[in-house]
Design a protein around this ligand. Structure first.
Ligand SMILES: Cc1cc2nc3c(=O)[nH]c(=O)nc-3n(C[C@H](O)[C@H](O)[C@H](O)COP(=O)(O)OP(=O)(O)OC[C@H]3O[C@@H](n4cnc5c(N)ncnc54)[C@H](O)[C@@H]3O)c2cc1C
Length: 588
């Protein structure tokens, strides 16, 4: 077991982690730990764009963007945070441009912009061109650009280090309100050797990304198992708004692989089995460019009412056939290739079968606008930060607008990086680190290794498959008390079975079998939190739609859900920050 000491340790090297690393490493001694090689992070899979009111092609401003973000989030957005997001958006894009990111250009040479769901001119008049993009590989370009800059700046990366534990100096739940709790470091497992490493630090930033793998049908990579969220939760910190999961309307039917909303931004149209452009009925003003929660529900409803397509009438069609092939090739090359490769469909001439796919966690580790992690509604944990999809600031509220996440990771990644470095510089010494923590993790790992060859043991793959199946079935676009109670029962039974798992690989080198078992534990922890939040939220708002409570209830539920762990899960609420925008009915 090895001990490392840094001013700042960043966990995650996706967009949020590397944007933070660029700021932090300028100011303080920084390490960036990542379970994947940095450029394999999911940010690299992002397709459509990054929002900023540049006004390069149409009149636009940060205030309209802020309003759209708050309305899109169904008024669960913390409005002070949304104002920062949209105001700092322009500089965030220019920063990337200055780093060398090859954005698509207008004929005049400025950054081109396109339409995306829920982004409008003048508070909902019509769709506006706000998304800056690089064909349909915007995330890839962001990730590569940030990585190049990190290399130039000699950021110290620890690649294929899996952080599995967070060390605080006190139990955050056992410490009275108002008393200080500080971060002490993290413990990581090195994939190549099986060695346990302790990283002591004055500041720690979690930037570990999403948790889409709690579902079977998802646009998310296999690695998105919500590690950071689960680790923080298991260290005694709350999770916020986890019942709000975004289902992206256009996953390839049956597979969940994403076709970016840019397809509709560039003119694509959704049709049912009657060839009808059904979004005209659900969102008469902006139609196919309504926010994702509304489009996903409309699609699921068309299928339920018998207007689905295909032999099982279980999907709808995304029609691009009226677009020029040259336009498709220039603006949507990758995603149209996905349709050819995975479904054998030619988008020039045939509509593409699509159905909603689990895409984005609106909830996560609660933070304030500086990225500081909260341990209850008011107290922050000294030196602990979170940014990106694993965090809940909350700028996305109950439903994130497309292109606002690539923005979020840049704006709040940067803020967290600066705040963490400044905190480290002001702090004489890191908090004392509990030396038994590494031992405890080591014995957990050894215990898992010793299960190899155990007969009649449970299989990790089986439990994961059953977990994802019940979440897909019961915690979907439409939910109700019955389906959620079923999910709760299923998750509890699977947790019980999880205590009896055995793995197949006893080795120390590249033991992914062992890590998949640990990741499954994280998925189980998070599923339980998602379901509890969803059961208790007896209203419909954004991505959370309860058939037994179909309207929004601002009186009771214009509040963030906070779930705390321990022997029994505990649920509490936190007020939403309202600055300028009073809630109103959400129509498009
Ligand atoms: C297919 C797809 C398309 C998308 N398109 C868009 C888009 O066009 N516009 C938009 O705004 N948003 C889009 N999104 C959403 C957006 O890409 C993500 O929300 C965002 O990139 C997340 O960035 P992140 O830095 O928080 O996490 P990630 O990029 O997922 O990075 C997470 C990092 O954490 C590390 N990590 C995780 N667990 C551990 C651990 N235990 N120990 C050590 N390291 C760990 C990983 O190695 C990785 O480096 C898309 C998402 C998907 C899936």
């Amino acid at each position: 077991m090895t001990l490392h000491e840094y001013d700042v340790v960043i966990v995650g090297a996706g967009g949020a982690g590397m944007r933070a690393a660029l700021e932090s490493s300028k100011r303080a001694r920084t390490a960036c730990l990542t379970k994947l090689y940095p450029t394999r992070s999911h940010t690299g899979a992002a397709q459509g764009g990054m929002a900023a009111a540049l006004s390069n092609v149409e009149d636009d401003n940060a205030e309209w963007h802020t309003f759209d973000t708050i309305k899109g989030g169904d008024y669960l957005v913390d409005q002070d945070a949304a104002e920062i997001l949209c105001k700092e958006a322009v500089q965030a894009v220019l920063d990337l441009e200055n780093m060398g990111l090859p954005f698509n250009r207008t004929e005049g040479g400025t950054i081109d912009q396109r339409r995306f769901g829920g982004h409008t001119r003048n508070h909902g008049e019509a769709a506006v061109r706000r998304a800056c993009y690089s064909a349909d590989r915007t995330g890839h370009m962001i990730l590569q650009t940030l990585y190049q800059q990190c290399i130039k700046q000699e950021v110290e990366f620890y690649n294929e280090y899996y952080v599995l534990d967070l060390i605080l100096d006190k139990d955050p739940q056992g410490t009275p309100e108002g008393e200080e709790v500080s971060v002490a470091g993290v413990i990581a497992y090195e994939l190549a050797t099986g060695e346990i490493h302790t990283f002591r630090a004055k500041s720690v930033i979690f930037a570990t990304g999403g948790a889409g793998k709690v579902f079977k049908t998802t646009s998310n990579a296999h690695t998105l198992t919500g590690d950071g969220m689960a680790i923080a939760f298991n260290a005694g910190l709350p999770l916020e708004d986890m019942e709000f999961f975004q289902f992206h309307p256009t996953g390839l039917a049956g597979l969940g692989i994403l076709l970016s909303e840019a397809a509709r931004g560039e003119g694509g149209i959704l049709r049912n089995s009657e060839g009808e452009r059904f979004m005209e009925r659900y969102a008469p003003t902006i139609k196919d460019l309504a926010p994702r929660d509304m489009v996903a529900r409309a699609m699921a409803n068309e299928v339920r009412e018998g207007r689905g397509c295909g032999p099982h009438k279980d999907y709808v069609l995304l029609d691009l056939t009226h677009l020029e092939p040259a336009h498709i090739d220039a603006k949507l090359p990758d995603i149209t290739e996905f349709a050819r490769t995975y479904l054998g469909v030619e988008p020039y001439t045939e509509p593409v079968p699509v159905y909603p796919t689990a895409h984005y966690a609106m909830g996560g580790i609660p933070t304030n606008v500086h990225g500081e992690v909260l341990r209850n509604n008011t107290d922050k944990v000294k030196g602990l930060y979170a940014a990106g999809e694993c965090a809940c600031v909350s700028v996305h509220g109950a439903n994130r607008l497309g292109t606002n996440s690539l923005l979020d990771i840049n704006v709040f990644g940067r803020r967290a990086g600066i705040a963490a470095a400044e905190h480290a510089l002001e702090t004489a010494e890191a908090a004392p680190l509990d030396e038994t923590a590494a031992e405890t993790l080591n014995s957990t790992v050894e215990r898992l290794r010793s299960t190899v060859g155990t007969s009649e043991a449970e299989s990790v793959a089986d439990i994961r498959r059953e977990l994802q199946a019940t979440m897909d079935r019961n915690v979907q676009v439409f939910r109700d008390a019955d389906s959620l109670q079923q999910a709760q029962k299923d998750v509890a039974a699977l947790r019980e079975r999880f205590t009896k798992i055995a793995i197949h690989d006893r080795g120390k080198r590249y033991n992914t079998d062992l890590l998949e078992a640990i990741e499954l534990g994280f998925l189980l922890d998070l599923s339980e939190v998602v379901v509890l939040g969803a059961l208790n939220r007896e209203e419909s708002r954004g991505g959370h739609y309860r058939e037994d409570f179909p309207t929004r209830d601002d009186e009771k539920f214009m509040q963030h859900t906070m779930v705390y762990g321990g022997d029994d899960l505990r649920l509490d609420y936190k007020p939403v920050v309202v600055t300028r925008y009073q809630p109103m009915e959400r129509k498009y």
